[in-house]
Ligand binder design. Sequence first.
Ligand code: AMP
Length: 379
Amino acid sequence: MTVTVPNHGLVLVLNCGSSSIKYQLIDTRVDEPLAVGLIERVTDHATGVAEVIATLEGNPQISLTELAVVGHRVVQGGDEFTAPTIIDNDVERSIVKLAALAPLHNPGHAAGIRAAREAFPTIPHVAIFDTAFHQTMPPEAYTYALDRRVADEHAIRRYGFHGTSHGFVSRATADAMGADVRQINQIVLHLGNGASACAVAGGRSVDTSMGLTPLEGLVMGTRTGDIDPAVVAHLGRAAGMTIDEIDDLLNKHSGMLGLTGYNDMRDVHAAAEAGDHAAKLGLQIYYRRIRGYVGRYYAILGHLDSITFTAGVGENDDLVRLNSLAGLEELGIVIDAERNAGRKKAPTLISSDDSRVQVWVIPTNEEREIAVQSLAAIA
Ligand code: AMP
């Protein structure tokens, strides 16, 4: 008797937040998702998941009997989870425990996983962790120069995020180059509302700009990225702010929003073009931070074959791509203005033919990658 392994079938991809559920129903054999939706103002996740199911069942083109697996996006997997993981009660408990490291994300994920496992008790559930791809970083990349005892006691280290995207995009870049991912060194710039850079050597993450949480590194829509940690103590002492107020300031009222009044890059460019000085300065800060990380990771890698832009800003904003890498000709990085112009919906080479480092735009698709990895995990 032969056992058939499901390497296709429908995948329900869930991204459960504290008060929202984003979902996609994906058949990996077709390009577009069969259904995409967002349930907001979720007060209890069982009701939210029931609403997702009711919406899908109300669609005559969809048959949930073909559902093969539910893939759950989980932001924080700590140093425990290094790969997609089939969820059992132990895994569910670990995700709950990791909420100490990701209080804004993991509680919502855990509640969503519980509700979805109850709604689909006979179907496998797989957790896909944003941190997993970065578990290959060496200790000198992930260790902060903090008192060792304090760091160990509280699991303080760089974890890195956007790993599903960095992994997918680095492999897709190698494919587009006709190269073996194991043979090349890359920098991936995931520039969306959240943003991070990743140094990838031979297909493995060796450094990344986000840290214990997704706050560190590049300037983002509403997050500071790198900042002197003494600012936190200073605001506590000098401004009398509480820890929660400071956390809120750094995560939700800073970055491009704090600098310019706009968190969407389209609005920042429009303001800059209209002569707004804060918007112009904000863009210079944004570009400079990216350029700094490119130089840093170039030096760490020693040799660089490719740089890839991805996510909402990286795929759509030709000015960000052009200005962030301007003046790097001496490093072998030369953008071709014509190739770079416009929004990119497909893998596109944007460097000139005499650029030693190839520069690409590769559209990311985290939900699809979660679907592919979920199917692979149960195969
Ligand atoms: P993401 O988090 O990957 O969905 O990216 C969302 C961000 O992409 C938005 O906040 C915008 O700043 C940016 N974005 C989307 N479309 C464009 C565009 N056409 N030009 C410039 N930036 C864009």
